[in-house]
Ligand binder design. Structure first.
Ligand code: PLP
Length: 423
């Protein structure tokens, strides 16, 4: 087998430079909570392919379902010749997402595509143009989703001009907004919308219930319910982007459930199909069905192999109660991270929920972000065999997203490496 160094040389000659990688080791195989590189070195996985392999890599049920499906048929295009598994995934999503009302779903390939379609549906159903998004938001890399995403570098830099009718308002970010309570932070956002956009022009209010790439920002309690209430009162479609938070990651099936918020539309991807590319928009039947026949779709959306993987993943999450597993992982990790924070003044905050946790790193005694120290801790983790990711508008957040099937031993070993990396 070629070495990582050899593969890296081939990559540099073949792969566009704009596609980056966190580490320079190349993967041979991965299972459960670990990844093995081509040198035979085992990594503990605190990344889960960016919150994707919630059921673990090569999860047995997913592997069996995919095998069986590829032998039956690989693709017909649901828009040409439909099949049961697409319908079954939509039934599951309609039942699992928050809200007791009648729902419909449509399937796509990537998170960005789901977000684009949620905006299309909201605009079509309301006849209004504007989309309201938040500081620090991340919604993808396509033209519309770049406009919805807050951070310039690396996502937007020199890729404009961007789509119009997108309006950004302040987020609730307790560490950095002086600890504004949720209702006050929501009132601030709403005032901005009403003054700068006009409530009657808003098609959709789009928000990540816990922000992902923006820094695992958990809004103050009451922020999401107040925005939900405003959307109901003004007729805006409340869209929850649960692409990173979904599928048991935060200790519930979906992060909105934590505060009893029922979105009109939910965008889903990542953890939905155990690593196969699938995404969805799920929501109120009257909004989803407002769109004319043929208005939604795409060649690969709801590919049968991805649908088989999604059904197997959902079954695995149910059977192993991975929401409970996320809560258990969260409580073990939180106490270790708090112990690090207590002795290390560079850690300004430990935050997150369930198995979606992060530490924000600053210059001691200030709130000045320290992306250099963050990168150094992350590099020390990588050198010692722990795969971690950074995020945040200021590049100073170290985030942890282990597969929800990670063993107690793997989790403890990963936390030991992290502890030593800080030391
Ligand atoms: C909250 C959120 N929305 C949208 C996306 C875009 O998803 P994708 O990369 O599958 O297009 C991401 C990806 O990180 C995300 O975290």
């Amino acid at each position: 087998m070629a070495s990582s160094d050899e593969l890296h040389k081939r990559r540099q000659a073949a792969v566009a430079r704009g596609v980056g990688s966190t580490v320079t080791s190349y993967v041979d195989r991965a299972a459960g909570g670990t990844i093995t590189d081509v040198e035979g070195r085992e990594w503990i996985d605190f990344a889960a392919g960016i919150a994707v392999s919630n059921v673990g890599n090569a999860a047995p049920r997913v592997v069996a379902a995919v095998r069986e499906q590829v032998e039956r048929f690989t693709h017909t295009c649901f828009m040409v010749a439909p099949y049961e598994s697409y319908v079954a995934v939509c039934e599951q999503l309609n039942a699992l997402t928050p809200g007791g009302f009648e729902k419909r779903s449509a399937l796509f390939n990537s998170g960005a595509e789901a977000v684009e379609n949620a905006v299309k549906i909201a605009r079509h159903a309301t006849g209004r143009p504007a989309v309201v998004v938040f500081d620090h938001a991340y919604h993808g890399r396509t033209n519309l989703t770049m406009a919805l995403t807050a951070k310039n570098m690396p996502y937007k830099h020199r890729f404009g001009p961007f789509a119009g009718e997108v309006y950004r308002v302040p987020m609730s970010y307790p560490l950095r907004d002086g600890g504004l309570d949720g209702a006050t932070a929501a009132a601030r956002a709403i005032e901005t919308v009403e003054k700068q956009v006009g409530a009657e022009n808003v098609a959709a209010l789009l928000i990540e219930p816990i922000q992902g790439e923006g820094g695992f920002v958990v809004p103050a309690p009451g922020f999401l319910p107040a925005l939900r209430e405003w959307a109901t009162a003004t007729g805006a479609v409340f869209v929850a982007d649960e692409i990173q938070t979904g599928f048991c990651r935060t200790g519930d099936w979906f992060a909105c459930e934590h505060e009893g918020v029922e979105p009109d539309l939910v965008t889903l991807a990542k953890g939905i199909a155990g690593g196969l590319p699938l995404a969805a928009v799920t929501g109120r039947a009257e909004l989803m069905d407002a769109v004319h026949v043929g208005g939604l779709g795409g060649t690969y959306g709801g590919n049968p192999v991805a649908c088989a993987a999604a059904l197997a993943s959902i079954e695995t999450m149910r059977e192993l109660d991975l929401a409970a597993a996320a809560r258990r992982i969260g409580s073990v990790m939180t106490s270790r991270l708090r112990a690090i924070a207590e002795r290390d003044p560079r850690v300004a905050e430990v935050r997150g929920r369930g198995a979606m946790l992060a530490v924000e790193i600053v210059r001691p005694g200030t709130l000045t972000p320290d992306p250099t120290a963050t990168a150094a801790v992350s590099a020390a983790c990588h050198a010692a065999g722990l795969l971690t990711l950074t995020c945040g508008t200021y590049g100073n957040v170290l985030r942890f997203l282990p597969p929800l099937v990670i063993s107690d031993d793997e989790l403890a070993r990963g936390l030991d490496i992290l502890d030593a990396a800080f030391a």
